[in-house]
Ligand binder design. Sequence first.
Ligand code: GCW
Length: 651
Amino acid sequence: MNRFMTLMMAIAAAVAIVSCAPREPEALLWLPGGDPDVEADIVIDPALDLHEDGFMIKDTPQGRQILAKTDVGAMYGKYALQRMERTGKASGVLDVREEPSYDRRILNHWDNLDNTVERGYAGWSIWHWGEPVPVRLIEEYSRLNASVGINGSVLNNVNASPEILRRDYLERVAQIADIMRPYGIHVYLSVNFSSPAALGGLPTSDPFDTEVQQWWKEKVSEIYGLIPDFGGFLVKANSEGLPGPQDFGRTHADGANMLADALAPYDGIVMWRAFVYSPKSSDRANQAVEEFEPLDGQFRDNVIIQIKNGPVDFQPREPFSPLFGRMSKTALMPELQITQEYLGFSNHLVYLVPLFKECLDSDTYCSGEGSTVAAITTGSVYPETYKTTAIAGVANIGRDANWCGHEFAQSSWYGFGRMAWDTGLSAEDIALEWLQQTFTSETEFTEPVLDMMMSSREAAVDYMMPLGFHHIFAWGHHYGPEPWCEIEGARPDWLPKYYHKADSLGVGFDRTRGGSCNVDQYHEPLASIYNSIATCPEDLLLWFHHVPWTHTMSSGRTLWDEICFRYDRGIKTARSYLSVWDEMKPYVDAERWEAVRAKLEIQESDARWWRDACVQYFGEFSGMPVPAYVEHPERPLDELKAIRLDMKHHN
Ligand code: GCW
């Protein structure tokens, strides 16, 4: 068997959804078993001037105290103190006060009722639909979430089956909610907009139809009868073929408000996704603003618009979604993707908090300087608009013994929670505390491995899609490169050529005022900065511009040479991880060391695969040679074009 087939088989094995060996939870994650074992008196005082999830840790003459308004707040205080103890920050006199940045810190599980997980690379669904409820597993999951402040869980896929609202499923959801409740976690469900017709047997699901409205009211009442602290609904409507209010000539606001009215008596919320696009739109990146901005002010106050971090789709690097800066009278929440759909699945070590923070820290300028995505969505830019604040992360969790398929993928779950709790934490601080709790505090280990984690997102951008390239993934599964991909009858905005637009003159998507005008969805000064090739950040160059191959970059290299240089740099960084990890053998148990080593080999090999594919394919357009100072492609393009990975996901 040749090297390449071995690699392909390794990939297929790694991404196949398989049932896994029983886990040993205590051994495998950042948290020791059992309740947090900290020495402090707990003082619950509902009169405290504190967020209901907040806490204080104080050293008083009577000893160490954790003060909170609620039991859940006290629990967060205990976990925080335990973390401080384990990371060497609990000595001296403590005077800590913490309140969460977001009220709702939510995981979105894209889990289907047949236990498959859309874009999941860590095994079957942990909810074990149709099997006995795995009480201990769900307790362990809840404890891990609680320890980092995650307080919400959407159990099912946004591509929602109407069946989830059947009585038997709701009873099951109630059992899960009962297990999660002591950990402060609220359960939410994704709902299918045509449930009244598909499940309820009504002739329509038109939100203006009174029978439809009544159906939802009764369904919501049934849910709250079973789950009194149910959080609400997440809805993907009129997106990628799913039904929605536009099917009946109604708007997103009409649809969201109908559900919001049904949920309002119980304080439930609607998280309505802005991930919409159609092949008719001139630029997929424009569509969310085109559809949602005109509706600003029309949504009920218990509706939050859930916006992906980038305007296209969780790419290794995108600019922030301009919609964050375009709605002042509607609450907005970010949706980040923890599962690595576009970042090498659970095979690549890519620590995602730097990517998440890049989005949250982006300044939209919608209300002057400092109107960052974090400031808007935590309610500080338009406080009167936000009844509640929220952030979502698409979970990377499955039944694998290590939960996430890659030991280091846990750090992005951990990091999402920590960052949702405190957007001011640095990606580096979060990574370090995760390493200390998960592996060891020895600096011989933490320093090099921290560097590896912190460079990993940029490395992935380099070896997959540098300089603003996006969506040049293989069809369907989004694992490897396929910039040449053509599928007869496929929607154009699912195909790489739509995004890279390579020709003999240059490459990149013209989103300037001479192109799709996407730049004008951003506020000044960004619109003009992005519009000009001279001022556009190079990391986003090919996102916003169609650039001549001979264009001179800030490095002095031509665009073509810079592309080759970046792919090469990405490979070299990925390769350096192997030697870093080899040095770490004395600090890590053999099982975890081997597992990570094997994945790092795949990562390095995949990086070369990306380079071979992209440099040779784009080289056919540029007609320019690969510069002498970089490693040259190894495998012929024809061989790469013949690769077919059998992974069953829709695009
Ligand atoms: O781009 C797509 C993903 C789909 C996902 C969709 C979405 C849940 O490839 O798998 O469906 O985004 O976010 O709705």
